[in-house]
Ligand binder design. Structure first.
Ligand SMILES: *Cc1c(COP(=O)(O)O)cnc(C)c1O
Length: 400
């Protein structure tokens, strides 16, 4: 039985065309891009071509606005730390409660060590930013605003272009973590107020350990990693050439497939949600139904533990995720769903299904076949479910 992979927000399969593009850069074209001889020059040209592929994906004005990094986490850290250093008379950060740990744990650390005051803006029930609280937090003390383009757990999309305009009114730099958005939804940075943007190779069918930080021409930037003059002295270290070539190819393919894949993947996702809501009582679709990544579905099943669902799904050959980290057996509910204040009974039962261009209709069928039985069996063992069933006596589906 073929295993079904529906955890593409965690990582994606490297596209075989990406691997093909990378391979010659391990052996044939092994030069150092900074070298003055021909071995270096041919590699330098390929590294620049990859930068242009990223420029295209992001609709950026110049290819040199792209800085290669080791991935989304480094890009996020570089953006925030750069802003604090570049605007030394400002020491506040505005971010949200639903960011990826690459932003949240850095911000918590900066706050704890007294290096910054951080405003963690809340969200509503569908995961949209509290705009009033955001406006209230902005001032001329804010060095940087960091708000994600699309949420990795729910797929909810923030209106980052507008949010960036507001930040600009206060002279703050605006960074967006677009690791989940890049390659899945159109991005055009040329005329936007967005100063910095993070993306990661392995979330868009490229290799792991490579990413990029877009820094708008003219935006102030201080490097996180100092060393040689690579990346116009904005990120030291010999370029990870094969990975860079792979990232460029992945960006090209993502852009090429985007228009078609958005609709195709949305159809798969919507079919899954419709079938699950029809067949499984007491479940909620989390996230913004209107402004949401087409590939992401987060469904919370009341009175069941998501880890138990995932275990049983895995036995049926379906790989999904709870979207939140499990530490030594004790399940902390997701910080994203907590911030959305989803009902307590559903907080521990969220399952994230995330699609990619590798998924097909049969994958949905397999989930729809397996899931209702799994949830029913687990609920039969739950005393809370027995109580809830008695109270409601009709177990109609709950719609978000
Ligand atoms: C995966 C992810 C990251 C981290 O990217 P890495 O390349 O794995 O370091 C950051 N932000 C979001 C939203 C992500 O989904």
């Amino acid at each position: 039985m073929k295993a079904i992979y529906l955890d593409n927000n965690a990582t994606t399969r490297v596209d075989p065309a990406v691997v093909d593009a990378m391979l010659p850069f391990f052996t044939e074209h092994f030069g150092n891009a900074s070298s003055a001889h021909s071995f270096g020059a041919e590699v330098g040209t390929a590294v620049k071509a990859a930068r242009q592929q990223l420029q295209q994906l992001l609709g950026a004005a110049h290819d040199h606005e792209i800085i290669y990094t080791s991935g989304g986490t480094e890009s996020d850290n570089a953006a925030i730390l750069s802003a604090l250093e570049a605007l030394p008379d400002r020491n506040e950060i505005v971010t949200s409660k639903v960011e990826h740990p690459a932003i949240l744990s850095l911000c918590e650390h900066l706050e704890k060590t007294g290096r910054a005051k951080v405003h963690f803006i809340g969200v509503d029930k569908v995961g949209q930013l509290d705009i009033d609280a955001y406006r209230a937090a902005l001032s001329d003390k804010v060095a940087v605003v960091s708000l994600m383009w699309a949420n990795n757990e729910t797929g909810t999309i923030f209106p980052v272009e507008g949010l960036a305009e507001l930040a600009k009114e206060h002279g703050a730099l605006f960074h967006t973590d677009a690791v989940q958005a890049a390659g899945k939804t159109p991005i055009s940075l040329k005329d936007s107020a967005i100063d910095m943007l993070s993306l990661s190779g392995h979330k868009l069918h490229g290799p792991k350990g490579i990413g990029a930080l877009y820094v708008k021409k003219g935006a102030r930037f201080k490097p996180l990693i100092r060393g040689g003059h690579q990346e116009r002295a904005r990120r030291g270290g010999t370029e990870n050439v094969p990975a860079i070539i792979g990232l460029g190819k992945a960006a090209e393919l993502a852009l090429q497939h985007m228009a078609e894949e958005q609709g195709r993947v949305r159809e798969l996702r919507d079919r899954l949600e419709k079938a699950v809501l029809q067949r499984v009582p007491n479940c909620i679709v989390n996230g913004d139904r209107h402004d949401r990544l087409p590939n992401t579905s987060n469904i919370a099943f009341e009175y069941v533990e998501s880890e138990a669902i995932l275990l049983h799904l895995n036995r049926s050959g379906v790989a999904a995720s709870s979207g939140s980290a499990c530490t030594s057996g004790s399940m902390e509910p997701s910080h994203v769903l907590k911030a959305m204040e989803i009902p307590e009974a559903a907080l521990h039962g969220a399952v994230r299904f995330s699609f990619s261009r590798d998924n097909v209709a049969e994958d949905v069928d397999r989930v729809v076949e397996a899931l209702p039985g799994v949830v029913e069996k687990l609920r039969e063992m739950s005393p809370f479910w027995a109580d809830a069933e008695k109270k409601t006596n009709d177990s109609k589906p709950v719609f978000a």
